[in-house]
Ligand binder design. Structure first.
Ligand code: ATP
Length: 901
């Protein structure tokens, strides 16, 4: 048992008292202290709900109409003294449940492995350094850094708050965000009024702050309410549900037909009950696609795993269906199309442009003021800019083994590196110039500001942000040894030049304020700032994203860049990345001026949208959807959540994305990379194809068998395949062979086809046609084999053995036909198949040999040993059917080609 923290009303104590009570400091705990506390308090996680016991999960596989029918059949055969049939029916039912149970276990395992990939992280201060740890590693006394979009990782007492608000609906049901302050409140204040507290599981909607961890795991408010972490993952999607529904109706239909057939056989044909009963059971077994939903679920689970291997984490299973059908991908620029490894390469002051050298985030390098006279003034201005960059930043640089890395925003990391190059000691400057207040960055106002006080009685506001934004706030600029009036033209011209080269341009400004200023508001920033200068950063495109954009175009998917960056920077990156239409760039302001119709047209025609805010993203999604497109949209910030929710496939960034964005998204990219979206589309299309293949493979077998049973009964013939054999084929070989299709790799043409139309039914005309063709050929093959046996004068058992084996061989050949739905199956690659295909074929072949030739199995399955020649004929029937189906496909494909030309 782990300890709880002393039971205090944390909200009633001052922030300092809380820190004191938990024996912590504003610089955080030491790693040793944290490790010791982790043992004492336990990990910060909710106890997991007990999983459903294995035996219950096993029993659930008997909860199926067909199984009930079979169990009744087993009871009736027992009553009729057909003990052998009873045992076989029960054995097959049991084997079917075991196969289903194992498959389900694998699918569930795949899903829970995915969940651990999405475990939340927290940025904290330990020993004065900002580090990122797993949410589970938090202990009481830790100091957590918070910003908009974060999910609060534990119960926290706020110790610093800059305009922070949180949405606490999970706890209070109130969806309007609550403003948070650090002041204590009355001990008996209800949860929703505890302004100084942040509760685990709630979302920070705005602002920035720091919180002291006071309760973790099951001691948090959410832990007390829910107690357990629900572990249930529903392995279902609209498609699977549609199919399950289809199976259910088909089952009822088949059962109704079975009853009618029974009545017809008994009263019209005057068959005896025993004989009729087994025929009707065979009909039920043959016509009901009982294994289909299960195999579809496995196909989805295999797809989820394949996507995870490619860094696309499926949060909501239906995404796997929608991502494969998207026709437009709206993507962020920074970090998705580019590497998000920024380096400042130029600094512009009123005295001129300087080139900056150096690699990565190492704070070493030259600032080469080659375009300016290297006067002390120029360097003074650059130093001023570097100080602003160090103070107006939440990131930290860390060095391990000569390798410099960023904790926090890479752009701020690049600016810190610049500060280092300009000779600023970041840690020291931050200690001297303490931050008193801040206005955190928000993609809507595109700047960040801090208010800092030094030890010598100075106070200053530092601002960094988009140049257009800052130029509007400045009347003056830092000039030769003094401030001078702003030369707006100069800055605008130079900033456009830098942006046109693909640089991300950021402006810096400051203002000296009286010492008694302690609260920073937006009105402090109006008109009175002094512009210090601009920085230009490069962020190279990801080479794999260039290839992925080309792949998307080939797959008929449009790619649109929606960025907060400057139009010229966006256009330059768009060109580098290979976007088709880079001449027209619309900004958020341009979009705001359009009416609804013009907006929708612009959304479709234009490929680059710059200086947009999250609201534009939402409007763009809706406009594109209104034009019938399936939209994938990426996002990272808290304000992106509505657009992500609305998109057909909302995609959040795993690394730089906020928890709020992740929760709203259906897919999360573990590597933030555009290429991963293309890979997810490919996998999504593969899964959809495989589901179609599973359906297309299963239904004709069922239909072919059912037709044989009905025809035999109508014609007064003996069953071509006995009831027990049908049971064997459908419940054992069928599921084994069909499962192989779940593992099918991507077909060569998958990313060369256009996306499937929105709302296209999975059971389209082609699937129904194909099912019919194959079902008829299967029926012909079975009856053909029966006729052959009859001609040769074979007995019934031999005829049924031949027909049953012919059906299994046809199924195997059909597997090869179905594998290549969109191309020929007559290539070496197609015949070579996959390991899974050949493994199941070997297993099924051995099983068929066993029930045909093993003496003690022969009476059970009513089989007789087949001669070599007959065996060749059996294989020949399968090959014949394969050739005919393949011929039909070749004709169809060439017709398609000629109509396309
Ligand atoms: P994308 O939407 O492709 O990720 P982005 O990162 O440029 O592009 P935003 O994060 O919305 O989009 O940023 C918009 C603009 O705001 C940037 O171009 C930059 O000028 C400014 N900006 C971004 N981050 C900060 C920050 N931390 N502090 C100050 N200004 C910032």
């Amino acid at each position: 048992m782990t300890d709880a923290t002393p039971n205090r009303s944390w909200h009633n104590l001052s922030a300092d008292d809380c820190i004191h009570a938990l024996d912590s400091r504003s610089t955080g705990l030491s790693p040793e202290d944290a490790a010791e506390r982790l043992i004492r308090y336990g990990p910060n996680k909710l106890p997991e709900a007990k999983p459903t016991p294995l035996w219950l999960r096993f029993l659930a596989h008997f909860h199926n109409v067909l199984i009930y029918v079979l169990l009744v059949a087993a009871a009736i055969t027992a009553l009729l003294d057909h003990w052998l049939d009873t045992v076989v029916i029960l054995a097959v039912v049991l084997a079917n449940a075991i196969i289903g149970f194992i498959q389900e276990g694998r699918a569930a395992q795949a899903m829970s492995a995915i969940r651990t990939m999405l475990a939340p992280k927290a940025a904290i201060i330990r020993d004065g350094h900002r580090i990122t740890v797993d949410g589970e590693a938090l202990v009481p006394g830790d100091i957590v850094l918070l910003e908009a979009g974060d999910k609060v990782p534990a119960d926290l007492r706020l110790i610093v708050s800059h305009s922070l608000s949180a949405q606490e609906a999970v706890l209070t049901g109130e969806s309007v965000p609550v403003e948070k302050t650090i002041q204590p409140v009355a001990a008996d204040a209800p949860l929703g009024d505890r302004r100084g507290m942040l509760f685990s599981g709630t979302i920070i909607t705005a602002g920035q702050g720091q919180g002291l961890v006071v309760e973790t795991g099951s001691h948090t408010e959410i832990g007390r309410i829910s107690g357990m972490l629900s572990n249930v993952t529903h392995l279902t999607t609209p498609l699977v549900e549609q199919m399950a529904q289809f199976s259910k109706w088909l089952t009822l239909l088949v059962l109704a037909c079975a009853v009618l057939l029974m009545a017809y056989g008994y009263f019209v044909m005057n068959y005896e009950f025993e004989h009729l009963f087994m025929i009707v059971v065979s009909l039920a077994v043959s016509a009901i696609p009982e294994g289909l939903p299960a195999v579809m679920t496995i196909t989805l689970a295999v797809g989820v795993q394949a996507m995870a291997r490619r860094n696309a984490i499926v949060r909501q299973l239906p995404a796997i269906e929608t991502i494969g059908s998207v026709s437009v991908i709206c993507t962020d620029k920074t970090g998705t199309l580019t590497r998000n490894e920024m380096v400042v390469t130029s600094v512009l002051t009123s005295q001129g442009l300087s080139a900056v050298s150096g690699e990565g985030y190492a704070p070493y390098g030259q600032i080469d003021a080659k375009d300016i006279d290297a006067t002390g003034d120029a360097h003074k201005t650059i130093s001023q800019l570097a100080l602003a960059a160090a103070l107006c930043s939440d990131a930290d640089l860390n060095e391990t083994g000569g390798q410099w890395t960023v904790e926090g925003d890479p752009m701020e990391g690049a600016l810190l590196a610049l500060s280092g190059k300009a000779g600023i000691n970041i840690t020291e400057s931050r200690q001297i110039w303490r931050r008193t207040d801040a206005i955190p960055f928000d993609s809507r106002h595109r700047f960040m500001a801090t208010l800092n006080h030094d030890h010598d009685g100075h106070a200053a506001i530092f601002v960094k942000g988009a140049p257009e934004q800052l130029l509007d706030m400045c009347a003056l600029e830092a000039g030769n040894d003094r401030t001078q009036s702003l030369q707006r033209d100069y800055w605008e011209r130079m900033s456009a030049e830098m942006a046109a080269n693909g640089q991300r341009v950021l402006a810096f400004a400051m203002r000296i304020v009286p010492l008694d200023y302690t609260v920073l508001t937006h009105s402090d920033l109006k008109d009175e700032l002094v512009l210090i200068g601009l920085t230009g950063m490069i962020d190279p495109p990801r080479p794999e994203a260039i290839a992925a954009v080309a792949e998307c175009y080939e797959a008929g998917i449009r790619v649109k860049m929606i960025t907060g960056d400057h139009a010229l920077t966006a256009a330059a990156i768009g060109r580098d990345i290979g976007l088709k239409n880079t001449t027209r760039v619309l900004t958020g302001n341009d979009l705001d001026r359009l009416d609804e119709a013009a907006f929708a047209a612009a959304a479709e025609d234009c490929d680059i949208f710059a200086r947009t805010s999250p609201e534009h993203k939402l409007k763009l999604v809706m406009a594109l959807q209104s034009r019938g497109l399936m939209v994938a949209m990426t996002g990272d910030g808290v304000n992106d959540a509505p657009a992500l929710k609305r998109a057909d496939a909302g995609i959040a960034m795993g690394q730089k994305g906020s928890e709020a964005a992740k929760e709203a998204a259906k897919l999360v990219l573990a590597d933030d990379n555009f290429a991963t979206i293309a890979a997810a589309v490919r996998e999504g299309r593969t899964v959809y194809d495989n589901i179609r293949k599973v359906i297309m493979w299963t239904l004709p077998t069922n239909a072919g068998e059912a037709v044989c049973v009905v025809l035999a009964l109508m014609l007064g013939m003996a069953l071509p395949i006995s009831a027990i054999q049908i049971l064997w084929i459908n419940l054992i070989t069928g599921i084994t062979l069909g499962l192989a299709l779940a593992f099918e790799p991507t077909e060569d043409q998958t990313m060369k086809r256009p996306p499937r139309p929105r709302g296209e039914a999975i059971m389209d005309g082609r699937l129904v046609w194909q099912t019919l063709v194959i079902a008829i050929l299967f029926g012909a093959g079975i009856f053909g084999m029966t006729a052959y046996a009859h001609n040769r004068g074979y007995n019934l058992a031999m005829a049924q053995t031949l027909a049953m084996n012919a059906l299994v061989v046809m199924e195997i050949f059909n597997l090869f036909f179905i594998r290549n739905l969109h191309s020929t199956s007559l290539t070496w690659k197609a015949i070579k198949g996959t390991k899974v295909i050949w493994t199941v074929i070997v297993i099924v072949t051995i099983a068929q040999f066993a029930i045909t030739y093993v003496p003690f199995l022969q009476p059970i399955f009513g089989t007789e040993p087949i001669s070599f020649i007959d065996g060749v004929i059996v294989v020949g029937v399968g090959a014949g059917v394969f050739i005919l189906t393949e011929l039909e496909k070749q004709i169809r494909l060439s017709l398609q080609k000629s109509t396309a030309v």
